[in-house]
Design a protein around this ligand. Structure first.
Ligand SMILES: C[S@@+](CC[C@H](N)C(=O)[O-])C[C@H]1O[C@@H](n2cnc3c(N)ncnc32)[C@H](O)[C@@H]1O
Length: 205
């Protein structure tokens, strides 16, 4: 989807993927000492705001200005703050070795940019830094066909495989890397069974 479609979705009154954090993210993040975290494609901020409530110093970005507005409303309600930039990842840059963690939750980027975006993300992470990742797998399409309410990309090249994660985050200490079928219940647009790739890893020091 492009910026206009994301803005349209986030203009709706309710939170597209709910106000609560993604379950996998909220299972793993509290295991680590809060430091700095980058939240790419944070949408309406359910995950970035959650990280801020745990004491993480959150930098977020997304294509959608409507997403940012909803994220800041949520942050206000939870009495936390986050540094949220609106823009395409093509135009957004950070210093190398800037972040102690990166949270990638359903950060589905265009197929032709996916590899280069993840290569850049790897450089932004400090040695020893943490990645927490969950997104639809390349085996998700039959689940979306059977139940469109589960959402996810229609283009298989936008979805992920375990081999891609291994290539994007090389020589990481792998705490978890799996492809599993999960029952999603996140807002209006992630409801039902889907196939996801999950990764928790630490960049080598
Ligand atoms: C499925 S939503 C997930 C939002 C959020 N991570 C969550 O889990 O609630 C995907 C997000 O990716 C963002 N996005 C897609 N392509 C992008 C790009 N090139 N640069 C920045 N954000 C992008 C969209 O605007 C959208 O908010």
């Amino acid at each position: 989807m492009n910026k206009e479609r994301w803005d349209g979705r986030y203009r709706e009154e309710s939170y597209a993927y709910g106000e609560k954090p993604n379950q996998f993210f909220s299972t793993w993040l509290p295991k680590f000492e809060p430091k700095s975290i980058l939240m790419p494609a944070d949408g309406e901020g359910r995950n970035g705001v959650y990280a801020a409530t745990l004491g993480w110093q959150v930098t977020a970005f997304d294509l959608s200005s409507e997403g940012k507005a909803k994220a800041l409303q949520l942050a206000n309600r939870k009495q936390v703050s986050l540094n949220y930039t609106v823009g395409d990842f093509t135009e957004i840059e950070f210093e190398e070795n800037s972040f102690d963690a990166i949270g990638l939750i359903y950060a589905h980027f265009p197929a032709d940019k996916k590899e280069v975006f993840h290569q850049r993300l790897h450089t932004y992470l400090k040695p020893g830094g943490l990645v927490i990742f969950e997104a639809f797998s390349k085996n998700h399409l039959p689940y979306k066909k059977a139940n469109p309410s589960v959402g996810g990309p229609g283009n298989i090249d936008v979805a992920f495989s375990i081999a891609e994660i291994e290539a994007y985050f090389p020589n990481y200490e792998v705490l978890l890397l799996e492809e599993v079928v999960v029952d999603l219940n996140e807002g209006l647009y992630h409801v039902g069974q889907g196939s996801v790739v999950r990764f928790v890893g630490k960049k080598s020091s």
